[in-house]
Ligand binder design. Structure first.
Ligand code: F6R
Length: 242
C-alpha cells in the first residue's frame, strides 16, 4: 500500500492527475475506472488543463464509471452522467462511445446491470480505478452489509449516504433512494487502484478502511487485499494514518 499525505489540495490534485495522466501517456488506450462526488473534481480539472495544453489525450481511452442513481434521467443536472460530462468528458477529447456509465433510467435495471458487466468483461480489465470513500466505508455505492456482491447490481442507499449527497440537490427528499453500482469484485479486479479522501470528516473511516479488520461492514477495508493500492489524502483525512 502506497500512502501519500498532501499539505495542499493542489498538490493532491496534481499528484493524482500525474498518476492518471502518466498511465494514459504510457498507454493511450488505457481503461480507466472513474468516480464522481466532491473528491475527484479538482483531479478532473487538472486533467482537463493537461488535455488543453496538449500534454495528455483521451481520444483512445475507455472509461467506466462506478455508479449512477436509479430513476434520474441521464440529462438531470445531478445525474452522474451530467457530472462526468461537465467535469471531464465534454472538456477533453474523450469519445462518447468509449465513456461508459450504468444507465439509471433503463426500463429493465437487471438487464442494464448485465449489460454493464458485459461491457466490463469485453474491456478485459480496468487499468486504474479511481475511488472516493463514503463516511460509512462505501466504495462505489457498495454499502456496508452482511455480504457484498461481485458484479454490477442495484443498491438501496443508506440514509447517511442520501444525507451526505443531499448537498447536491435542492432538498434531501430529491436524492434518489437507489443506485446501480459496479460490484466489489469488479473494483478489486482493477490492475491499480487510487483511493482519494479529503477533509477531517474522512479521517476515522480512512483509519478503519486501511488498518481495521477486513469486513463487509466497511467495504473499503477489502482494498487492503489489493496488490497495487495507492492512497492519496490531505493532512486532515490522513490524520490517523500513521
Ligand atoms: C461516487 C462514488 C462514491 C463517492 C463517495 C464519496 O461515484 O462512488 O463512493 O466516492 O460517496 O463522495 P464524496 O467525494 O462526495 O465525499
Amino acid at each position: 500500500m502506497n500512502i501519500r499525505i498532501f499539505n495542499s489540495q493542489e498538490d493532491l490534485n496534481e499528484a493524482a492527475a500525474d498518476l492518471i495522466g502518466g498511465l494514459v501517456l504510457r498507454n493511450p488506450s488505457a481503461v480507466l475506472g472513474l468516480a464522481t462526488g466532491g473528491t475527484p473534481v479538482g483531479i478532473y480539472a487538472s486533467l482537463v488543463r493537461r488535455c488543453a495544453a496538449g500534454i495528455v489525450r483521451f481520444r483512445d481511452v475507455t472509461t467506466f464509471n462506478l455508479d449512477e442513481y436509479v430513476g434520474l434521467p441521464k440529462n438531470h443536472p445531478e445525474s452522474y452522467f451530467s457530472y462526468m460530462r461537465k467535469h471531464l468528458f465534454d472538456a477533453v477529447d474523450a469519445r462518447p462511445e468509449r465513456c461508459h456509465l450504468p444507465d439509471g433510467s433503463a426500463a429493465d435495471i437487471a438487464a442494464e446491470c448485465a449489460r454493464y458487466d458485459g461491457l466490463l468483461a469485453q474491456a478485459g480489465r480496468i487499468d486504474l480505478q479511481l475511488l472516493g470513500i463514503g463516511h460509512n466505508g462505501h466504495i462505489g455505492f457498495n454499502e456496508p452489509d452482511h455480504a457484498l456482491l461481485s458484479g454490477t447490481h442495484v443498491v438501496e442507499l443508506k440514509p447517511s449516504t442520501r444525507e451526505a449527497n443531499a448537498r447536491f440537490f435542492d432538498s434531501p427528499e430529491q436524492v434518489p433512494t437507489h443506485a446501480i453500482t459496479m460490484g466489489i469484485g469488479s473494483i478489486l479486479k482493477a490492475q491499480s487502484i487510487l483511493l482519494v479522501a479529503r477533509g477531517a470528516d474522512k479521517a476515522e473511516i480512512m483509519q478503519r478502511a486501511l488498518y481495521g479488520p477486513i469486513t463487509t461492514d466497511c467495504p473499503a477495508s477489502l482494498l487492503q487485499t489489493h496488490a497495487d493500492l495507492h492512497v492519496y489524502v490531505d493532512t486532515a483525512a490522513g490524520r490517523l494514518l500513521n
